[in-house]
Design a binder for this molecule. Structure first.
Ligand SMILES: Cc1cc2nc3c(=O)[nH]c(=O)nc-3n(C[C@H](O)[C@H](O)[C@H](O)COP(=O)(O)OP(=O)(O)OC[C@H]3O[C@@H](n4cnc5c(N)ncnc54)[C@H](O)[C@@H]3O)c2cc1C
Length: 312
């Protein structure tokens, strides 16, 4: 691992100011960042790593009436165990419960979860061996290489890695808002398919809070190869807001979470076995898998149906 200076931030503002030049990175639980630094997967390295855990008041989980407000430093384990989250935003509670392992969940933060880098075996190969599009290179090796875990959404010029954060589809389905040191961003606009980051954050922007509106009903489903600890092959969240309308979001299928308005339209008259099946079919109608990942289309279709039936 290359050397860096370690700085303990006392406030989000201080952390943001010290990272604004673009040569620093933030660390929260470190469960993602430390691996990327050790393996030297990136073409350039931070001079300073700014520790956010020393910020005192950023890990709360508060019931604010219509919404649950979660500090970015709240641990995934604490979100999963929160009764307020389980009652008001069940999909998020279930997503945190299914992420990684108990040990990782007790270190990993929700802010870090939504900011983690993409999980792609080309992107993550040590020593920047595949200088892929996401790192400023000229091609995505998954297009011609082993793409069994990659995007199933057709030909595109960009990256084929998938968004593998378990909390992301839940936050988009629930209509959450990501609060940073500079602005408030709807979760639906926060995640980004291309570019160096998996999200729209600028240099020196710290996620401070996540506001999650309470839903009438919501649910999360995940399919992974191992039950104990594994990233999602596909995950899905559905939420029925206070107005009765459903939002359906898939993860693990594209470089950013995919909201399916076509699936939502199929259940606008109510959720039944047949409308949930039609929603599953609609959600994958535009998929165009690559050479080795057609099996993921069937998983996505089934997860949409199962997740909707969970909230029927
Ligand atoms: C073996 C293993 C299995 C895993 N399985 C899963 C899984 O099944 N599902 C899943 O969703 N995830 C999984 N993960 C990923 C893990 O959940 C995430 O790494 C974790 O949530 C990241 O949180 P963290 O606090 O450790 O982030 P860190 O590692 O500290 O940071 C991750 C990234 O986010 C940035 N960052 C952190 N906090 C902030 C903030 N407040 N504002 C701005 N930027 C910030 C950092 O700069 C860094 O780039 C797994 C990880 C491992 C190692």
């Amino acid at each position: 691992m290359k050397h860096f200076t370690h700085m303990e931030a006392s406030s989000a503002k201080e952390a943001a100011q010290n990272a604004s030049k673009g040569d620093a990175m933030f660390i929260a639980g470190g469960t993602d960042l430390i691996g990327t630094l050790k393996d030297e997967i990136l073409p350039t390295y931070p001079i300073t790593v700014i520790d956010l855990k020393t910020i005192g008041d950023m890990d709360g989980i508060e019931d604010a009436g219509d919404a649950i407000v979660i500090g970015a430093l709240a641990k995934l384990a604490d979100v999963a165990e929160s009764e307020a989250v389980a009652t008001g935003c069940a999909a998020l509670s279930q997503a945190c419960e299914r992420a990684a392992s108990p040990t990782i969940r007790s270190m990993a933060t929700i802010g870090g979860n939504i900011c983690q880098m993409h999980r792609c075996w080309y992107f993550r190969t040590p020593d920047d061996r595949f200088h892929c599009l996401r790192k400023g290179g000229e091609y995505c090796p998954a297009r011609i290489g082993d793409n069994r875990y990659h995007s199933i959404y057709g030909d595109q010029d960009g990256c084929y890695a998938v968004s593998s954060h378990d909390t992301a589809p839940a936050l988009v389905a629930l209509g959450a808002t990501i609060v940073t040191t500079d602005r408030e961003v709807p979760a639906e606009e926060f995640f980004r398919a291309n570019g160096a980051r998996s999200n729209v954050l600028e240099d020196g922007e710290v996620v401070t809070q996540i506001k999650v509106p309470k839903a009438q009903k919501s649910a999360f489903q995940k399919f992974a190869l191992r039950k104990s600890i594994d990233f999602p092959l596909v995950n899905c969240a559905a939420a029925q807001g206070q107005d009765g309308a459903c939002r359906v979001v898939l993860g693990g299928v594209f470089p950013a979470p995919v909201r399916s308005e076509a699936a939502e339209a199929e259940v606008s008259g109510g959720i039944s076995e047949s409308s949930a099946q039609a929603a599953g079919d609609a959600a994958v109608a535009e998929c165009a898998p690559m050479s080795k990942n057609a099996y993921k289309v069937e998983i996505a279709r089934t997860l949409v149906k199962r997740t909707l039936l969970d909230i029927a």
